[in-house]
Design a protein. Structure first.
Length: 178
């Protein structure tokens, strides 16, 4: 008799589950896929933002390397000579002395564009490099709260406006060349 009761109770439940459960499982699968898709999109956006922020930090570090190299070149210049190098290659190997001096270890790629090209800021006579900047016109994430050497970067509209110079660009006339 116990066998008969069990059979009677299980039959209708199994039948209802097999008929109506497939639609519920399909709906649950669609909802799960939608949630996974939304989470993936949010993760990609966050990853993209983190990558852009890292490139921005690298730009500040590398730009500061260029700025320090330009300052080093100017400081090593004998009096009466131009304190600006004729090009960026002169920062790698300064042949003005019997023992060449290296002001910059290597020419870095622009971390924002990923390319080895930099915008070059020339001296007013056009014969020397006064500074460098990124060629990216993208809007920076960081627009304030810069360290003192980068105070001029506050509220700039693009990375191309971040000029890494041996002298303050606002106090000396300059021209830009790509």
């Amino acid at each position: 008799m116990a066998h008969h009761l069990r059979k009677g109770k299980v039959g209708p439940v199994l039948r209802w589950t097999t008929v109506h459960g497939k639609g519920f499982a399909y709906l649950a699968l669609l909802i799960l896929l939608a949630i996974i898709g939304i989470a993936s999109a949010a993760t990609l956006q966050l990853g993209s933002l983190m990558q852009k922020r890292d490139a921005e930090d690298q730009l500040l570090i590398i730009g500061n390397e260029f700025r320090n190299a330009l300052i080093s070149y100017a400081a090593a210049t004998p009096s009466g000579n131009s304190i600006a190098p004729p090009d960026l290659q002169a920062l790698l190997k300064d042949n003005r002395f019997p023992n060449p001096k290296r002001h910059l270890r290597k020419l870095y790629n622009d971390p924002v564009t990923g390319k080895p090209e930099w915008g070059v800021v020339l001296t007013i006579d056009g014969k020397g490099v006064q500074g460098v900047h990124s060629l990216s016109t993208a809007r920076p994430i960081k627009i304030g709260n810069f360290s003192p050497e980068f105070q001029g970067f506050e509220d700039k509209n693009s990375y191309a406006d971040w000029v890494f110079s041996a002298i303050n660009p606002s106090k000396a006339p300059i021209t830009s060349q790509n």
